[in-house]
Design a protein around this ligand. Structure first.
Ligand code: ZN
Ligand code: ZN
Length: 361
């Protein structure tokens, strides 16, 4: 943990930033190993090139101390956070440039700006992204365990797909499978059946599955803080030639995206590899989103696999490869894997088979 904070402090000096402020988000979890329950009470980790301080509401102080060992500056509900914050800021010799964690509540930022009056404020992303994007081997193993858990939940969701069962019921099977398997939270269970599959971010609803449906199952949970995210498909009955052609094109795009992964190439090349296959198949216009997103403590985090991102892939980066096509009113197809960049190429963390699962009724 201390090594992460030391790296951030070096980055502060390099970027000429006097203080970075981080609320109880995954950025705090990444740096301190712990983040209290986020609510309206001001809680800020304040890191300057010389100091690490934290302002914590009294009710979370003991938990904080137990998990991090960093002595907090405590404030009581009846007193409010102003004095505690002022005491911390008094330790910062000159606060010209402040960096603030973009995932932290805006009211914390406004309180801090009123108390500190810096000359300039910037997002902390430029400081934190390079650190968080390169996962350690322990983090990659944590993501591997999360991915294996999602494989098992996918099996449970697929088993539940039958005519007459609703999307919400299938989602619940995935959710209970994750929970029984030790997930501390289920992040999303997206079941999109038949025409609903044409909405990339469909909310599972009360539509009953029927013979002739293509069903997108996109699920993810949190295991020891690290997230999973996988998409596979089931077909009820006999798939049409047109659906199979779309499925095979998306699978080929998914394979091409994964095969392109290696250190030293720009992130946009992964998008180009997948998109090129769908264009060649005449389906390019139906691929309406980027090819992938980074994954770690957050389900969606940098780096982004998209046109225009020339960030070079480095060993330890982890992200999704999830091309899809969406035919309005008819069906959607998406196939998603999680991959890690290795020293020489790619490691696929998702283990679930890629072939279309066809259930005949
Ligand atoms: Zn997904
Ligand atoms: Zn995803």
């Amino acid at each position: 943990m201390n090594e992460r904070i030391t790296q951030l402090q070096q980055s502060l000096i390099a970027h000429n930033v006097d203080l970075v402020a981080i609320g109880p988000t995954n950025n705090m979890r990444y740096l301190a190993g712990y983040a209290p329950h986020p609510d309206e009470r001001l809680c800020l980790l304040l890191i300057s090139p010389e100091r690490v301080q934290v302002v914590v509401p009294a009710l979370n102080a003991e938990d904080w101390m137990m998990h991090t060992g960093i002595p907090p500056i405590i404030w009581e509900d009846s007193a409010g956070p102003d004095k505690a914050l002022a005491a911390a800021l008094a330790q910062i010799p000159a606060l010209r440039r402040l960096a603030f964690d973009g995932a932290t509540r805006a009211d914390f930022l406004m309180t801090l700006l009123t108390a500190a009056r810096p000359d300039a404020v910037q997002s902390a992303d430029a400081l934190l992204t390079p650190l968080r994007a390169r996962k350690s081997s322990e983090e990659i193993e944590a993501l591997q365990r999360a991915a294996a858990q999602a494989d098992r939940a996918m099996q449970a969701a697929m088993a539940a797909c039958k005519p007459g069962v609703t999307e919400a019921e299938v989602a619940w099977e995935a959710e209970t499978a994750f929970r029984r398997d030790g997930a501390e939270s289920v992040e999303f269970t997206l079941i999109a059946s038949g025409p609903n599959g044409a909405f990339p971010h469909h909310h599972s609803g009360n539509r009953a599955l029927q013979v002739g449906d293509a069903i997108i199952i996109d699920i993810g949970a949190s295991l020891n803080g690290y997230k999973s995210d996988i998409t596979r498909m089931v077909f009820l009955g006999k798939p049409s030639t047109e659906f199979l052609a779309a499925y095979n094109a998306v699978l080929e795009a998914n394979r091409a995206g994964r095969a392109a992964v290696r250190p030293g190439i720009p992130a946009q090349e992964i998008d180009r590899a997948a998109r090129g296959v769908l264009h060649a198949a005449g389906l390019g216009d139906y691929f309406v989103h980027r090819t992938g997103h980074g994954i770690g403590l957050d389900v969606h985090e940098p780096p982004w696999m998209m046109e225009g991102n020339d960030m070079l892939l480095e060993p330890g980066m982890t992200f999704s490869v999830e091309p899809g096509v969406y035919l309005p009113g008819r069906f959607g197809v998406r196939i998603e894997d999680i991959v890690a960049v290795t020293e020489t190429g790619v490691r696929i963390l998702t283990g679930f088979e890629h072939a279309l699962v066809v259930k005949d009724f």
